[in-house]
Design a protein around this ligand. Structure first.
Ligand SMILES: [Mg+2]
Length: 166
């Protein structure tokens, strides 16, 4: 099971309006200026303990190295990172028309967490599952965990059905 996270407005939030994780110590707090939504560390850790793969899928151009190093300050190691460069190189390339800015299915991602409505519309249109997280929400960790577990249960019972049919 693979679950991916958008960065801006989902894991990276404005400290003036959101509760945040404690920033890393000086000088790392100056190098990595983004602040993490409170609960990010617990959420990613719990998912990985339950054997979900946690990925980043961002349409920003931050480098993979930067994203990895930033999250390392919080003890988080993602299983995969897709940024705009990688998406353009691997997903968009060779297509004359513009594809959605995120195509989680291409990476076998079972659930994608995002704040943007357009991504949820694409999910319906292109058949990938999404979870919406945007405003400050004290229950967001539980909400994402619930949905991730539900998707896992559905997929497992789907597989069992197919096995019985064959
Ligand atoms: Mg976003």
């Amino acid at each position: 099971m693979r679950i991916s996270f958008d960065l801006d407005e989902v894991l990276f939030v404005d400290p003036n309006t959101f509760e945040i994780e404690d920033p890393p110590r000086f000088p790392l707090d100056r190098i990595y200026r983004e602040r993490l939504r409170k609960g990010t560390v617990r959420l990613i850790r719990t998912l990985q303990e339950e054997e979900f793969e946690a990925w980043v899928y961002t349409s920003s151009f931050r480098s993979e190295k930067y994203i990895r190093s930033l999250f390392r300050c919080y003890g988080i190691r993602f299983d995969g990172i897709i940024n705009a460069q990688r998406h353009l190189r691997e997903v968009q390339k060779g297509h004359g028309h513009l594809l959605p800015q995120k195509v989680p299915g291409y990476y076998h991602i079972d659930l994608h967490v995002d704040d943007e409505d357009v991504i949820h519309q694409y999910g319906k249109q292109y058949g990938f599952k999404t979870c919406k997280v945007c405003e400050p929400d004290p229950d967001w960790v539980e909400k994402v965990l619930d949905q991730a577990r539900r998707v896992r249960d559905l997929t497992e019972s789907d597989r069992a059905d197919k096995k019985q049919e064959s």
